[in-house]
Design a protein around this ligand. Structure first.
Ligand code: ATP
Ligand code: MG
Length: 394
């Protein structure tokens, strides 16, 4: 007999959010629906704090929907389950069908849960009953309570019994949209996409700003960043992405300011522009991929100098991570292979030979006086609008 396959989704942390729980569950449901919508028509229902996703059109691809659901933040565990009637004989047959689909296996364990406590027998009795049936059907199989190759999960809930193998961990975190929107300063490098992922995982909506410096940086470099945005969209949903041309700003700083302060002066410009864009778009924080001491512009003193122009919170989720740890994450989220493509970045144009690692705000401000009226407004301290060009890219 053919059993219907559904996706069982167990939300994680949002269960602990008291009065906000319902609101966050609605956000998770909506994110989930959007993530699987390209693969057919699905219905997402909630039953005792578990989401059950089922296909409602013949061409709906539940297997692909399952693999996409794994990218949605706010899910602690998920499985692709067969549904059957809540009756012991049915559960026995269905367990065998799931194992037959899996193929060869050596060791197994049965784990049962009753969300529906009216169902008899209880889990303690159901597990050995199903276990014996598996041993009778597959005489070479061995029960292993500690490290089984397949864990047969049985859940008795409304409206049926759900049987699956090897429930998987989701990404955890909070559903994207539980927090406000933040603007990620997205370079083409390894770090900033990981930073975007980490903050989206805490429920932030993400938009991205990429700085370019044509003709010193190429269209290819920009395309690479667009590809990174596309990958991030697998986790974050639709992302607003804009590119900002900094050529005039870079050339002016290079011409008028001390070489050793170039990078820090440029970064203050980047933060000012990013905040301005955020303010216009209702975004409330900046995210960067900075990690303490990684390069000259990421020392405590340098970060103090960049933060001096910030009126919004700046989130730096990688601040305490080593490069090796960041690379590991970048590989997991599949941005690494794109990030290592060898295109230039505006931060690598005009880099000083000996950048100052311990800049002081006073000296930086003095250097900026030279930029007044050319790229900086002396009154407001903002970057003059004619100093840069912004375009919406996706
Ligand atoms: P990444 O690997 O993310 O490029 P990095 O180690 O190269 O980081 P920096 O070049 O100093 O370090 O940049 C630090 C942070 O500043 C980046 O993580 C990113 O958030 C931001 N940034 C740098 N270059 C750009 C750019 N061209 N556009 C937007 N943001 C940038
Ligand atoms: Mg970079």
């Amino acid at each position: 007999m053919a059993y219907k396959k559904v996706i069982l989704i167990k939300p994680g942390e949002i269960a602990l959010k008291g009065l906000n729980k319902k609101k966050f569950e609605a956000i998770l449901k909506s994110n989930l629906k959007k993530a699987i919508a390209p693969y057919g028509e699905f219905k997402v229902e909630e039953s005792q704090s578990v989401f059950i996703v089922q296909a409602i059109s013949a061409e709906a691809d539940i297997e692909t929907a399952y693999s996409k659901a794994k990218n949605v933040f706010g899910i602690s565990k998920l499985s692709l389950a067969y549904v059957c009637e809540k009756a012991v004989e049915e559960i026995k047959n269905c367990s065998i069908a799931v194992l037959q689909e899996y193929g060869r296996f050596k060791t197994f364990k049965v784990e049962a849960k009753r969300a529906d406590k009216t169902f008899k027998p209880d889990s303690m009795t159901l597990c050995p009953t199903i276990g014996d049936h598996v041993l009778n059907t597959f005489p070479k199989a061995v029960a292993d309570m500690h490290n089984p190759e397949v864990r047969i999960g049985i859940e008795i809930r409304e409206p049926g019994a759900y049987i699956y193998l090897n429930e998987e961990f989701g990404l955890g975190g909070m559903p994207v949209g539980c927090c406000q929107t933040a603007n990620v300063l997205l370079s083409g490098g390894i770090d900033s996409p990981v930073a975007a992922f980490m903050m989206a995982k805490r429920g932030m909506n993400i938009s991205c700003t990429h700085f370019t410096s044509p003709p010193y940086t190429s269209e290819l470099a920009k395309d690479k960043v667009k590809k990174l945005v596309k990958i991030l969209e697998n986790y974050c949903g639709k992302i607003k992405f804009r590119c900002v041309e900094l050529t005039k700003i870079q050339e002016t700083i290079k011409k008028l300011c001390p070489e050793e302060l170039f990078t820090i002066l440029l970064r203050r410009m980047m933060f000012r522009i990013a905040q301005n864009i955020s303010k216009l778009n209702g975004e409330s924080a900046i995210i960067t991929g900075e990690s303490l001491g990684q390069v000259a512009s990421q020392t405590m003193e340098a970060i103090t100098c960049t933060d001096e122009v910030c009126f919004m919170p700046v989130f730096r989720p990688l601040i305490g991570m080593d490069k090796t740890e960041i690379i590991e994450r970048a590989k997991k989220i599949e941005t690494f292979d794109i990030s290592i493509l060898p295109y230039e970045d505006c931060c690598t144009v005009f880099v000083p030979k000996h950048p100052k690692t311990n800049p002081e705000v006073k000296a930086i401000k003095r250097a900026e006086e030279k930029l007044y009226g050319i790229i900086l407004d002396a009154e407001t301290g903002e970057v003059l609008p004619e100093a840069y060009k912004m375009e919406e890219c996706l």
